[in-house]
Structures are given as C-alpha cells and as structure tokens.
Design a protein around this ligand. Structure first.
Ligand SMILES: CC(C)(COP(=O)(O)OP(=O)(O)OC[C@H]1O[C@@H](n2cnc3c(N)ncnc32)[C@H](O)[C@@H]1OP(=O)(O)O)[C@@H](O)C(=O)NCCC(=O)NCCS
Length: 221
C-alpha cells in the first residue's frame, strides 16, 4: 500500500535522523584539552613506553584498588593503548593521557569518561595518578577538565564515580569536585583475591553548571 509505504518511509527517515544525531553526540574530537597546568589528550600507539613506566612506578598503590594492576605485565599496557584508540573511535570510552604542559613526555596518569547508559545520558569517570606526584591536586584538576568534556561535549545528564571503601584520597577528590555520595555497592569489584565494597557518587548536569564556576575559581579548569 502506498500510504503504508510513505508512513514507513517517514518513520525510517526519522529513525535515521535520530541515529545520526545520537551518533554525532557520541563523537569526540581528538584535539588536546588544556587545564591550567595539564594537557589531556587521547592515547597514541607511541604512548605505550611512557604509560608502562608510569604504571611500574605506581604498582603498589594501583594494585590496592584496580584489578588490572594485580600481576601486571607490559602486555596489559600495550593492549590498553590499542583498545583505547578503538574505543575512542567508536564512542565506547574516552581515555585521556594526562601530561604536564611543561613536560609532555612524562606520563602523569589517566582519566577516562564513558557512557554507562546512552538512553539516559549517564556516564562514569575513572582515574589514577602516578605515585610520585600525588597530593598536588593533579587528579582533581584532570578530573575537573574531564567532567567539562562529559557535561559540555558529551552532554551527559549525570556522571558517577565508584570508589573502593577505604580509598580516602579518591573519596576526597570527588568530594572536592562536588559529587554527592549515593550509596554502597557490596562486593562490587574483585581485586586479586579480595572483594571490595564501593561507594557510588554522582554529579548532575544542573549541579555542574554551578560547580563549573567554582572549578574556575579554584583554577582547575
Ligand atoms: C586517588 C588518586 C587518584 C588521587 O590523586 P591525587 O593527584 O593525589 O589527588 P589530589 O591531589 O587532587 O587530591 C587528593 C586529596 O586526597 C587527600 N588524601 C590523600 N591521602 C589521604 C588519606 N589517606 N586520607 C584522607 N585524605 C587523603 C589529599 O590531602 C588531597 O586532599 P586535599 O587537596 O584536600 O589536601 C591517586 O592517589 C591514585 O591514583 N591512587 C591509586 C589508584 C586509585 O586509587 N585510583 C582511583 C580509583 S577510584
């Protein structure tokens, strides 16, 4: 039937347009993002050595909370860099290498944002910082800049962070960034042979609009 056909075509057209808009919102440019002290940029194949060096220099701290750092081998880093490049290209996750503006060769850590529910525009943030430069506000500054990407470029409505119970430094980071604690997830992640409870923290886009001004005043973005 012609009428059915035209209705079908119109629906197809609307669906295709919706898909296009959705896929546009999932794309993210590869350009570096700057904060007062830092450069955040996507990973490149040639980052493997610098990343491996930073992980090796931080293993005792990383292996306390991050499963991939237990029994760590260099192949983990090589695979991560490969996966990260693919994940960015298809919008699955956006991993940023953190570097200092005055020394782009030394790897300072990672900060990542990714969607956990595209339908609801909900995402998550994760990070780690190399052990010899902690407690200098690097994570807070890098996470603040990544949150700007999440809310202003990826148009997320809500960003969560899951933090192992007992990881007081990481809790302090999200507190400084204005996240609210929402609850506890029991036995959420297995790290080596230990199951770790995690607290879940959230920041909403309407809160971001206020927090952004505070981040600017703190010179985090
Ligand atoms: C958690 C981590 C990312 C913090 O990075 P960082 O660059 O040191 O973070 P910042 O300097 O921005 O902030 C750290 C805050 O924690 C505080 N802190 C550090 N150790 C603490 C402790 N044992 N108890 C309470 N607060 C602590 C610092 O004083 C600072 O707060 P302040 O600015 O109010 O003084 C880093 O330690 C890390 O990578 N740890 C191992 C991996 C990890 O835990 N990743 C996070 C998984 S959720």
């Amino acid at each position: 039937m012609p009428q059915d056909g035209s209705i079908g075509h119109a629906q197809q057209h609307l669906t295709a347009r919706g898909d296009k808009l959705r896929s546009m919102s999932q794309l993210l440019g590869h350009e570096p993002r700057f904060s007062p002290r830092l450069v955040l940029r996507p990973f490149r194949r040639r980052d493997t050595n610098a990343l491996h060096e930073a992980v090796r220099a931080s293993l005792p701290d990383l292996a306390e909370y991050l499963p991939w750092a237990v029994n760590y081998q260099r192949t983990v880093t090589a695979q991560f860099v490969k996966d990260s490049i693919g994940a960015w290209a298809n919008g699955r996750a956006f991993d940023f290498a953190i570097r200092a503006q005055d020394d782009e060769d030394t790897h300072l850590g990672n900060v990542s944002v990714w969607f956990t529910s595209r339908a609801n525009s909900v995402g998550e943030i994760g990070y780690w910082i190399r052990s010899d430069i902690t407690n200098q506000g690097i994570c807070t500054e890098a996470a603040a800049r990544a949150l700007q990407v999440a809310f202003e470029e990826l148009h997320m409505h809500r960003v969560t962070s899951r933090i192992a119970v007992g990881n007081l430094a990481s809790e302090r980071v999200v507190q400084k960034l204005g996240f609210l604690k929402e609850g506890t997830l029991r036995d959420e992640v297995k790290v080596g042979s230990r199951w770790l409870d995690h607290t879940v923290w959230g920041l909403l886009d309407q809160e971001w609009r206020y927090e952004r001004r505070r981040y600017e005043a703190e010179a985090w973005v």
